[in-house]
Design a protein around this ligand. Sequence first.
Ligand code: COA
Length: 423
Amino acid sequence: MTKALDGIRILDFTHVQSGPTCTQLLGWFGADVIKVERPGVGDITRGQLMDVPNADALYFTMLNHNKRSITLDTKNKTGKDVLERLIKNCDVLVENFGPGVLDRMGFTWEKIHALNPRMIVASIKGFGPGPYEDCKVYENVAQCTGGAASTTGFRDGLPLVTGAQIGDSGTGLHLALGIVTALFQRTVTGKGQKVTCAMQDGVLNLCRVKLRDQQRLAHGPLREYSQFGDGIAFGDAVPRAGNDSGGGQPGRILKCKGWEKDPDAYIYFITQAPVWEKICDVIGEPTWKTDPNYAKPPARLPRLNEIFARIEQWTMSKTKFEAMDILNEFDIPCGPILSMKELAEDKSLRETGTVVEVDHPKRGKYLSVGNPIKMSDSPTDVTRSPLLGEHTDEILMQVLGYSTAEVATIKASGATEAPKKPA
Ligand code: COA
């Protein structure tokens, strides 16, 4: 079966996490992704958090499926010539270097556009234009500067970063959308364009509901926040809201049977207004259906602590899975807190390809997250990440058309291999 991005070739200059997540998605959609790596070194994640000696770390393998790897020193004169030919032969260049790196390499937007007017140049940076545009950024910096950390955690605790990599993988997703949109526009204009996504902007986009609440604060307290029920006054900025729901339907994390020993024996419970009566029946409080203190959502807001304490009495008598089964029968929205172990062992996630087992020549079998986006006419086959420089010759000859003799000359120049260390 064909893939959605068949025929699209990506010059993948990405490293670490944000950029690689973007190009991996494009690979899953069928693009030919050519990852350019520094000879002898490669993407730094190949060697970070290593668990199996002499094998690429999971950090790398789980972010670089469905790609080919070419080693190329882009500061070497011959390396630059090869890079020029790659630019002429690819549709999209994706990079997440530190600010100014591509320009310092000699590949400004103007130069790339002159070499290949159809090329789309897609970049991730930490910040957009402004006071911090020259700063290097990693995940947690983006979470802190994009509004996630100030709004995550408990009111009386430190700001918190989340386990979900909203700065890196989140921005990678944003960029992938920008790229396919630019490819779509190119079908009309025939021209490439610059696509940029700042990690701060990507995180703020994902924290949109908190900017909503910031503005609501001007009109009174945020009545669905636990803080309101606790009688604690609001300041002038959106506070951390613990596990309160971010939407209009109050929700909390509640203990389930076994919580004393199992750190994940909890369930998220949402008191969605349309199913309030069913909730009252399930937890054994039928009088709350008509009692004016509980019957309507506004009356419940100052009593949420008491209400959730009562619901928790019920959830503590069930395991999280028993509670889920019972509540779902009544269409009451809820979700057990699933550990990574439970997710790794989940049968249905394996069946849909959301969790996949991949075989790697150096490390053997490992689990990864497959493509979460399912397309009926463009199925995803997850193939293992490339070894460093595994496809250098193949790309030089098959993609760029160099002859065997020319490849030998390129190699002799030191453009594709790290200089040998003196014995
Ligand atoms: N051949 C030769 N040199 C190469 C090369 C290649 N194939 N690939 C990279 N380099 C060089 C660059 O030219 C650069 O050299 P220069 O500083 O002399 O110009 C150098 O490698 C380092 O690049 P940089 O991207 O700044 O790496 P870093 O390790 O110092 O910083 C980040 C890493 C992630 C902090 C930085 O890249 C960054 O801020 N990126 C944008 C935001 C981002 O994506 N962050 C999240 C990452 S998960």
